[in-house]
Design a protein. Structure first.
Lengths: 248, 101
């Protein structure tokens, strides 16, 4: 059996793939093949793949793509016990911090990031364009890592990590407005964006613990927006002001 | 007597003071993934988990919270428990059949 190692936010995860082509989706993120494993091992049965066919569109026939997406789910579940989670969002590195922008699909996350790049140029680096990994460390600091699940635009930088600075919840609207929201108001929208499908109550509790720690550590803003350049500018200015206030 | 059974795979969690019922993979086939409940609802849920009857829940709530004697607490408990049933988080078994209480 061939095993491929994915160093995932400091945890070694070993995959063995059902389909040779699946490897292509993990290029830049995995090493191998190896003959044995020294870490978490994930191998999905073909029954599991069939059960989770809902993850891909009906037009998508590639079994390798299905396996890639199912591995995202299985990895998300496996990481929970290590205080890590796959989180549906985009993560950008700016001013030494990772900034997460999250919302349900189709709300304009990618558009926001394009605007950020226009405004900030090389000063903003995309850590991951769709599903970064979040780690809550023992000292309660929160770190953000890149992952192979980068979205349609394949935006992301393998090996990049940064401490989380804050989270922006996106909502479409008729004007641009940003405001900091309470931790309790952020619970449901953020809980819904974890990429996991908890198999048992223990995984549910871990997911809750991770979110609780994130909300203890970083602020959350809600951005109601038109999806234009001004909305990104408003966000960047708000975060800049926050950094100035907190860092003196 | 009606028997209230909590569906397997439902977990009550508290995050930043927000109480959520969360369904695991198997339970999600029947219930919503996340349901927010209030603090009183969370207390009732914990009592249901311990196997308490409606009478025991009422007794416990009256001792835990300051509730006027004449207040129809039982109706509130029934309302909450029936909403849990409607959302498939619990099953109420009465004379070998499922029903409201």
């Amino acid at each position: 059996m061939n095993y491929y190692k994915f160093e995932c936010a400091g945890i070694n995860i070993y995959y063995s793939f059902n389909y040779e082509e699946t490897i292509n989706f993990f290029r830049d993120y995995i090493n191998g093949p190896y003959n044995d494993i020294n870490g978490v091992y994930i191998n999905l049965s073909k029954d599991y793949l069939d059960e989770n066919r809902w993850l891909i569109s009906e037009n998508e026939k590639s079994n390798a793509f299905l396996e890639y997406k199912c591995l995202m789910l299985a990895t998300g579940n496996s990481l929970l016990e290590y205080n890590r989670a796959v989180f549906h969002s985009v993560a950008v590195l700016w001013k030494d911090y990772a900034w997460i922008i999250t919302a349900p699909s189709g709300t304009g996350k990618t558009t926001q990031i394009r605007h950020w790049k226009k405004i900030l140029g090389k000063n903003a680096v995309i850590i991951n364009g769709d599903k970064p990994i979040i780690e809550v460390r023992n000292d309660n600091s929160v770190w953000v890592y890149s992952s192979p699940w980068r979205g349609k635009e394949h935006a992301g930088s393998p090996g990049l990590k940064a401490p989380l600075g804050g989270i922006v919840l996106l909502q479409q609207g008729n004007s641009n407005k940003i405001q900091r929201i309470s931790e309790s108001d952020a619970v449901i929208p953020l809980f819904s964006e974890f990429i996991s499908y908890p198999e048992n109550p223990l995984q549910i509790r871990k997911q809750a613990e991770i979110l609780n720690s994130i909300l203890d550590s970083v602020p959350v803003w809600k951005l109601i927006n038109l999806g234009d350049l001004d909305s990104a500018m408003l966000t960047i200015n708000t975060l800049q002001k926050y950094l100035e206030e907190t860092n003196g | 007597m009606d028997k209230i059974r909590i569906r397997s795979g439902i977990e009550l969690v508290e995050i930043q003071g927000v109480h959520l019922l969360v369904a695991d993979r198997q339970a999600r086939e029947k219930c919503r993934y996340i349901q927010r409940i209030n603090e009183v609802g969370a207390s009732i849920w914990k009592l249901l988990e311990s196997g308490a009857t409606i009478n025991e829940i009422e007794e416990s709530m009256r001792s835990e919270y300051e509730i006027e004697k004449d207040y129809d607490l039982r109706s509130d408990i029934y309302g909450f428990v029936n909403s849990l049933k409607d959302n498939q988080y619990i099953v109420i078994q009465s004379n070998n059949s499922e029903s409201n209480i």
